[in-house]
Design a protein around this ligand. Structure first.
Ligand code: 9Z3
Length: 357
């Protein structure tokens, strides 16, 4: 997902004749304003990326939590799905004041996680810090403030009668999940956090030989500023322009599929804003990375239409206007069962891939 400079001071960071030494910070150039260049050489390999960047401090603790979670559920005979959700940030300074973000609220990931849990999967929910989460998403800031569901009288504070039934259902599912211990949540903020956490999780899960699915719904930045080219301190403003030059984020789907977790069932999402481009880009991704399914979606229609694309076929899932606007059906309630069925077929066909036993 291309980053949108939504949190910056306008379309460009203000800078220019601003005292930034372009030799000290080669990724910040003063001078005329040009759009970010896409003509530079391709991304560095994942290997080079990981060797030249620092892992988040919380990684060893996350690794331990993943290990014991997967170990427990494997012995219980559960399938595991790793769901990624929400957007990643790209810091512009090491001591970060400004960063680039994207639109994702994490609706797709949080909603899908609930349907996987309901179907009996153990879910590793890898999400952007403060993005939507399973269950609480129904009452979060981006939908309705939870206070709107409450009323007070002399005996205390209660859920308003008109919301009781819906909340009872959500509460019941939430408690069932807590009791079963089937949800592990791990968070990330930057694209660097995301990449390290995904690699760590995949390598751990792969070693444990569990029937895992990857459901990669996070909106991952395509461009970033490498650590060695980042300004340590806050970029100073002046009255000129600041042009940003960014590198491409390595395409980690390739090592994910080939090296980190070669036996897993991997579903990635492809987002475009131009509908015409989507089939081509989705097919390209499938061919380039060799995984099982790409789900194509368009920004403006993503809650109503998706396309499941495999090497063999293409299946559209589309909500009717009635289902969407009147019945409030969530498209994830159709996507997830379809994927679970395909995951079952994938597991059953392990013999044809020489992976059984
Ligand atoms: C998606 O396409 C998700 O469906 C959305 C969900 C991010 C559109 P929301 O969080 O939105 O419910 O608001 N995710 C994947 C986007 C992505 O970064 N894909 C990469 C790419 O297109 C490949 S993994 O290159």
């Amino acid at each position: 997902v291309p980053n949108k400079p939504s949190l910056l001071n306008g379309a460009h960071l203000v800078g220019g004749a601003n005292g930034i030494d372009p030799h000290a910070y080669p990724h910040f150039h003063s001078g005329s304003s040009t759009p970010a260049s896409t003509s530079s050489p391709g991304p560095v390999s994942a290997e080079v990326y990981f060797a030249s960047h620092v892992a988040p401090k919380s990684l060893p603790e996350s690794a331990e939590r993943i290990r014991s979670f997967v170990d427990h559920h494997m012995h219980e005979g559960r399938r595991v799905v790793l769901v990624t959700s929400g957007g990643t940030t790209v810091p512009l300074e090491t001591q970060t004041v400004r960063f680039i973000d994207n639109f994702s609220a994490g609706t797709r990931g949080a909603t899908s996680a609930e349907y996987f849990l309901e179907a009996g999967y153990a879910v590793i929910f890898m999400h952007r810090q403060f993005s939507l989460q399973p269950y609480s998403r129904h009452y979060s800031h981006s939908r309705n403030c939870f206070l709107e569901f409450m009323e007070a009288d002399e005996s205390g504070i209660h859920v308003m009668p008109s919301y009781v039934e819906e909340m009872r259902t959500v509460l019941h599912k939430y408690r069932e999940t807590q009791k079963a211990g089937t949800l592990l949540t791990l968070d990330f903020v930057t694209v660097n956090d995301y990449l390290f956490l995904l690699r760590e999780a995949a390598q751990i899960i792969s070693k444990m030989d569990v029937n895992a699915m990857y459901y990669l719904a996070a909106a991952v930045s395509d461009f970033f500023i490498p650590a060695d080219k980042m300004s340590e301190h806050k970029i100073q403003s002046g009255d000129g322009l600041l042009n940003l030059s960014m590198d491409q984020v390595p395409k980690v789907l390739k090592p994910l599929v080939n090296d980190w977790t070669p036996k897993a069932f991997i579903v990635s999402f492809k987002l475009e804003t131009d509908e015409e481009l989507l089939p081509l880009k989705a097919r390209q991704a499938l061919k380039r990375y060799g995984h099982q399914i790409v789900i194509g979606n368009v920004l403006t229609t993503r809650k109503r239409v998706v396309k499941l694309i495999t090497n063999e076929n293409e299946t559209e899932i589309r909500l009717t206007a009635e289902e969407d606007e009147v019945e409030h059906i969530e498209i994830e309630s159709r996507i997830v069962p379809e994927l679970i069925e395909r995951h079952s077929e994938w597991i059953e066909a392990c013999g044809t891939r020489g992976e059984c036993g």
